[in-house]
Design a protein around this ligand. Structure first.
Ligand SMILES: Nc1ncnc2c1ncn2[C@@H]1O[C@H](COP(=O)(O)OP(=O)(O)OP(=O)(O)O)[C@@H](O)[C@H]1O
Length: 304
């Protein structure tokens, strides 16, 4: 059962004195169970709206939403206890310690104090748990917020742009935490407009642009555009080598940096074998994995 499913979801915000703003435009999106799923898109692409719709905080104009298998909003009461979310900066009491803030939240939710100690441990704030919240760095505040979302031991953790405003050290801490949670069995949905952030933590990714999902799948597949990667080869006689590869059915072009670019190579060893078999000894064979940035820019530009 997927953690989250959205079908044909549309949402347009009415704005006083200005034309309505379409935020979701027939969104189709599935977040599988387990691992870290990244939601990537430029500012204004609809990520926050999508998350708010998923959690029943915003009612869509049309479409179908299922969270942990239950329809939203009607089935929400059955599953919301298994979903932890960090959508807006939660309100902590600045004068209270981190521990006391969490204890208050745990009490309200009917959870034992031992759970507070567990989540403090998970976000590595135990050493600083007796410091006042007001004295925490942004990164520590963010980790405390994640700890609060983890109190009820959620099956699904939703984090909307958790890296926003953090310095590189803070971002690294959040990244490591997210990766660890994913490995330990929590399904994490994390949004970001930063490619590197998603690339470094997510197992799968959905790319959003203008209220739609324009690509989705395992990170390495979305990066490669869904197909096998190109490889660059260098040989002493490129023209003759190109002829050998073309005869074997490969598409070959001169590489801009020199050498040959062989398109969509599922098994690079096959290229090595073919060329060696015809007396062309490879000087270099490099898989050209597209980085997320170019894949992302190409995708969002295409559909814009
Ligand atoms: N409450 C609202 N009223 C009017 N327009 C809104 C509202 N919330 C969002 N929008 C608009 O809907 C579009 C999608 O916004 P949304 O916040 O969902 O995108 P996002 O991808 O999360 O962007 P960001 O990274 O900037 O938060 C934007 O054009 C935004 O200005």
């Amino acid at each position: 059962m997927p953690a989250l499913e959205m079908h044909a979801v549309a949402k347009t915000y009415a704005r006083r004195g200005r034309p309505p703003q379409r935020a979701l435009d027939g969104l189709e999106l599935v977040v599988g169970d387990g691992g870290v799923h990244g939601l990537l898109g430029p500012n204004g692409s609809g990520k926050t709206t999508m998350i708010r719709v998923a959690l029943g905080l915003v009612r869509p104009d049309s479409g179908e939403v299922r969270l942990l298998g239950r329809p939203v909003p009607s089935g929400l009461p059955e599953v919301i206890g298994s979903v932890g979310a960090l959508v807006e900066t939660p309100l902590f009491f600045p004068g209270f310690t981190g521990r006391r803030n969490l204890r208050l939240l745990a009490e309200t939710a009917g959870l034992p104090r031992t759970r507070v100690e567990e989540v403090l441990e998970v976000v590595e704030l135990r050493d600083r748990a007796e410091d006042r919240f007001a004295g925490y760095s942004l990164g520590m505040k963010q980790r405390l917020a994640i700890a609060a979302a983890l109190l009820k031991a959620p099956q699904l953790l939703v984090l909307d742009e958790p890296g926003n405003g953090l310095d590189p050290g803070g971002m690294r801490d959040v990244r490591e935490l997210v990766r660890r949670l994913g490995q330990e069995g929590t399904t994490v949905l994390i949004s970001s407009h930063l490619l590197a952030e998603i690339q470094q933590v997510a197992d799968s990714v959905s790319i959003m642009a203008r209220g739609r999902c324009i690509a989705s799948g395992p990170v390495h597949e979305v990066l490669a555009g869904g197909g096998a990667p190109d490889v660059r080869v260098r040989v002493p006689d490129p023209a003759a080598a190109a002829a050998v590869l073309t005869a074997a059915g490969y598409q070959v072009a001169p590489a801009p940096e020199g050498g040959l670019l062989v398109h969509a190579v599922a098994a690079p060893a096959e290229v090595t074998r073919l060329l060696a078999g015809s007396g062309h000894w490879l000087e270099e064979l490099t898989p050209m994995t597209a980085d997320l940035e170019s894949a992302f820019l190409a995708l969002t530009a295409e559909r814009a």
